[in-house]
Design a binder for this molecule. Structure first.
Ligand code: GCO
Length: 479
């Protein structure tokens, strides 16, 4: 049997994001983000939930760091709320020292507890003022400049952080924010009118801006901070694994590959190869922006590591009809069932998520092959659980389903490493806490810890909290 053990310096722990846990939306000078605005529009979130209070993490640093420490984790990923540190967001706008102090203290407390911080700069909560000023991510020049300034501020003020993540899942910011409109700022491509010409291009423009902003922040870090701080920086991309609907049909096989390209390579190809994938260019033509030579120079090679968010897998079927609204998928349909009626995995509370650990192993290998064995940190992986929110607390903590999910996925990762030489060096489970699950509000829980929102925000670790620790304790070499 293959030795699945992980090296002593392997990072493992949990991940969260500012708007999903912090609350204190109007405290200590924090400015509004596009998610504050969006979540307050009736009907945009399942239960009318907002991040106003969330898990009240802003007031619970000590408690949450103690919780992390008790898990045995040696790493924790969190994100900074841009509008908490620069309430209006822009490069000439004032800095909010109270916001900086909050994150500085967080980093110190983590380090004191022996936990390495992985810090995300942008987990979707764009300062509202930048959207109002120039449509935020739709203006590639202004956005990249403001993002760079914000990034520089954080590099300068948090020098103890050695693992920086520029963006979380730019696919979601682009497609869900500007194409389907399910996420903030809730713009959809109605193809009739737009402030930027053809509105059906908005998500493509936003993706381009995000890539440039990422490149600008990485350049700034490498030139002015990395030499003394000795940290690393990369982007976090999401991507599900794909299986062809009919493995004997070459069109479905090609479609499955195309789906990976439309989701992952849309961002990773520019970063590793300096261009968009051919499949996207072929389908989208000149709707897809072109990189200028200066932009290529900025973006190509701009990853010290690959941050991988991964949750599920889908069967993919080729369809012929070009559907404009579905351009972000590349003319294909996704299913959890194949044509024989087999399910890719059991149901969860999230319509888009069915566990399939084997897909994780295959995707790790796919990424490793395509991008030249990059160092990979798994920056998110986790699951919701069907009906969990309706359970009484004493049942909620017995999340065997989630515990098994983690066992399966972590083992799949260890196999990809041991058998296929994938250079994966860390794993951060989503999520430390039940939290604000974006458009799904609080009805969907992803935590390894129950947050009793109505019971004084008390935290109750679930079984999965313990199991993840046990799995890593078994896998990580002692000496
Ligand atoms: C993500 C999201 C998380 C979600 C998680 C579960 O990066 O996908 O960052 O915020 O809560 O994916 O849907």
């Amino acid at each position: 049997m293959t030795d699945l053990s992980l090296p002593k310096d392997f990072f493992w722990g949990f991940a969260t994001a500012s708007y999903q846990i912090e609350g204190a939306a109007k405290e200590d000078g924090r400015g509004p983000s596009i998610w504050d605005t969006f979540s307050h529009i009736p009907g945009k979130t399942a239960d009318g939930g907002t991040g106003d209070v969330a898990c009240d993490a802003y007031h619970r640093t000590n408690e949450d760091v103690a919780l992390l420490k008790s898990s045995g984790a040696n790493a924790y990923r969190f994100s900074i709320s841009w509008s908490r540190v620069i309430p209006l967001g822009g490069r000439d706008d004032p800095v909010n020292e109270a916001g900086i102090a909050f994150y500085k203290n967080y980093v110190d407390k983590l380090l004191e507890a022996g936990i390495t911080p992985f810090v995300t700069l942008f987990h979707w909560d764009l300062p509202q003022a930048l959207h109002d000023r120039y449509l935020g991510m739709l203006d590639k020049v202004e956005f990249a400049k403001d993002f760079e300034r914000y990034a520089r501020l954080m590099f300068e003020r948090l020098p103890k952080v050695k693992h920086w993540i520029t963006l979380n899942e730019p696919w979601c910011s682009s497609v869900l924010g500007y194409n389907t409109g399910l996420f903030a700022p809730g713009r959809c491509s109605d193809r009739t009118k737009s402030d930027v010409g053809d509105s059906s291009r908005e998500h493509l423009i936003v993706a381009h801006s995000l890539l440039l902003a990422h490149g600008a922040a990485v350049k700034a870090y490498r030139e002015d901070f990395k030499p003394k701080d000795k940290g690393i920086i990369g982007v976090t991309l999401n991507g599900d694994w794909t299986e062809p609907w009919d493995p004997a049909d070459p069109l479905d096989v090609e479609a499955a590959e195309r789906k990976l390209e439309f989701a992952i390579s849309w961002f990773a190809d520019p970063i590793y190869f300096g261009k968009y994938p051919d499949s996207m260019r072929k389908q989208l033509g000149d709707r897809l922006p072109e990189f200028t030579p200066e932009e290529v120079a900025l973006v190509k090679g701009s990853n010290d590591f690959y941050g991988m968010n991964h949750y599920t897998a889908n069967y993919i079927k080729h369809v012929d009809t070009p559907a404009a609204e579905d351009d972000h998928l590349g003319n294909l349909e996704c299913h959890f069932y194949n044509k024989a009626g087999d399910c890719i995995g059991p149901e969860t509370q999230s319509v888009w998520l069915r566990p399939h650990p084997e897909g994780f192993r295959k995707l790790l290998i796919w990424l490793s092959k395509r991008y030249g064995t990059p160092t990979i940190y798994v920056t998110e992986n986790g699951t919701s659980l069907k009906g969990e929110n309706d359970l009484p607390l004493e049942k909620m903590v017995n999340d065997d389903f989630r515990a098994e999910y983690f066992r399966g996925y972590i083992t799949a990762m260890a196999r990809a490493r041991a058998e296929s030489g994938v250079d994966v060096r860390g794993y951060l489970a989503w999520s430390l806490l039940d939290n604000f699950e974006w458009a799904e509000g609080y009805e969907t829980r992803f935590g390894v810890t129950v947050v009793d929102y109505k019971g004084g925000q008390k935290r109750y670790p679930k079984k999965s909290f313990k199991v993840i620790g046990e799995v890593f304790n078994q896998l990580i070499k002692k000496d």
